[in-house]
Ligand binder design. Structure first.
Ligand SMILES: Cc1cc2nc3c(=O)[nH]c(=O)nc-3n(C[C@H](O)[C@H](O)[C@H](O)COP(=O)(O)OP(=O)(O)OC[C@H]3O[C@@H](n4cnc5c(N)ncnc54)[C@H](O)[C@@H]3O)c2cc1C
Length: 361
């Protein structure tokens, strides 16, 4: 008999997990509170910038970097496949990453050397950007990006084509079970039965599981971001300075973000942040003063205290799995964390040692 899996949450982590399970011959249903591949009330995946690189990897653990590295290496292949099979271009491009000072030069170059990530010390002015204090910047040419809304649409279409059931506008209730989970109830009283369940509910994961996983530390961390379309292309590469980045898109749009705000489940944007982000953007590209801000949105990241996701079976509920807490690098890591959780669910040799991502009792 074919195994049936119910995935709770249809963001990038849920959709990539579904894709990986389908590849392993497993029947999948995704249950999503809102609509998959859309942005309604703070879902993080649609809202993200799409940099396929964990910003400053030298500040993350080796375990996190190992998964993001594995995932980054597979992105182009996934995007090519999605384009071939769905006709949707995910906006994948190798746009490079220019890191402006101040940053820890020695940590950055040591990390790049030991991870075979090419880099060059360079003047930011070569890239059309003012060089703060005249100090050299660091350019990492291999860093890539995708367009999260396009990537999500392509994934959604691929899942539809591959017979994944998508139950939308259906919110599941918190669970209290111990031992084995036979079914999961929705707010409207529907019961979803499956052999196995996977929680990929992003920032909302702890709310769903607090009765059965009180050690799971995930809370929403809001990120606001702005969209411009300057009259001419001002930069060709992602530019990063002190927690703030600019991402140029192929078609001339430019993103400026983002914030890291601990404000609970509040999916609203604020005028103060809009002004703050615009000032930071204009400090790097003064011409942006003449460009209107076309859009301003936010997403609620699944934040964790140690920047460590949970990719694990549940310690007591034998058919419950968690793939959540991807904080600032979920778009980057999703393909690899999907592989890892599916390895655990199907008793395969895990992609990497899962110990650091395991939910403790
Ligand atoms: C502004 C911003 C910029 C970012 N930029 C980048 C970047 O450049 N690169 C990068 O790698 N990462 C980036 N991130 C982080 C990345 O977006 C997240 O880590 C990732 O999207 C998390 O995916 P997810 O699927 O876990 O969460 P989500 O996308 O939030 O998906 C969780 C889903 O679960 C659903 N759900 C919740 N509760 C229930 C329930 N009870 N029943 C049913 N469904 C439920 C929600 O509706 C939601 O759709 C950024 C994030 C933000 C906000």
């Amino acid at each position: 008999m074919t195994t049936e899996v119910v995935i709770v949450g249809g963001g990038i982590v849920g959709c990539m997990t579904a894709m990986e399970l389908v590849e392993r011959g497993i029947r999948v249903t995704i249950v999503e509170r809102n609509a998959i591949a859309s942005q309604t009330s703070g879902e993080s995946s649609w809202a993200g910038g799409g940099i396929i690189f964990p910003l400053l990897p030298w500040s993350y653990s080796e375990e996190v970097n190992s998964l993001t590295r594995n995932a980054s290496q597979s992105y182009q292949k996934i995007c090519d496949r999605l384009f071939k099979e769905t006709g949707i271009d995910c906006g994948f491009e190798q746009s490079g990453f220019l890191l402006l000072p101040e940053f820890d030069r020695s940590k950055a170059s040591t990390w790049c050397d030991s991870n075979q990530v090419p880099y060059e010390e360079t003047k930011a002015s070569y890239f059309g950007v003012d060089s703060p204090n005249g100090q050299d910047s660091l350019f990492l040419p291999s860093v890539c990006q995708v367009r999260p809304p396009f990537f999500m649409q392509a994934l959604r279409k691929w899942l539809e084509q591959n017979k994944v059931k998508m139950i939308e506008h259906t919110q599941l209730l918190p669970i209290k079970t111990t031992g084995h989970l036979n079914s999961w109830k929705s707010v409207n009283g529907e019961m979803f039965e499956a052999d196995k369940f996977v929680v990929t509910s992003g920032a909302w994961s702890y709310e769903l599981l607090k009765e059965v996983a009180n050690k799971l530390q995930i809370k929403p961390m809001r990120g606001q971001i702005l969209l411009y379309k300057p009259d001419r292309k001002l930069i060709n590469h992602i530019v990063y300075r002190n927690g703030f980045y600019l991402i140029p898109r192929k078609d001339g749009f430019l993103l400026a973000g983002s914030t890291l705000e601990d404000v609970g489940f509040d999916p609203s944007v604020t005028e103060e942040v809009k002004a703050e982000l615009a000032l930071k953007a204009e400090a790097i590209l003064p011409e942006l003063k003449n460009s209107p801000i076309l859009k301003h949105w936010c997403g609620l990241r699944p934040g964790t205290p140690e920047n460590m996701p949970t990719i694990s079976s549940h310690p007591h509920i034998d058919n419950l799995f968690l793939n959540t807490g991807h904080f600032r690098y979920g778009l980057t890591m999703a393909p690899a964390s999907a592989k890892l959780i599916c390895d655990l669910m199907t008793h395969q040799v895990p992609l990497i040692n899962p110990e650091s991502f395991t939910l403790k009792e």
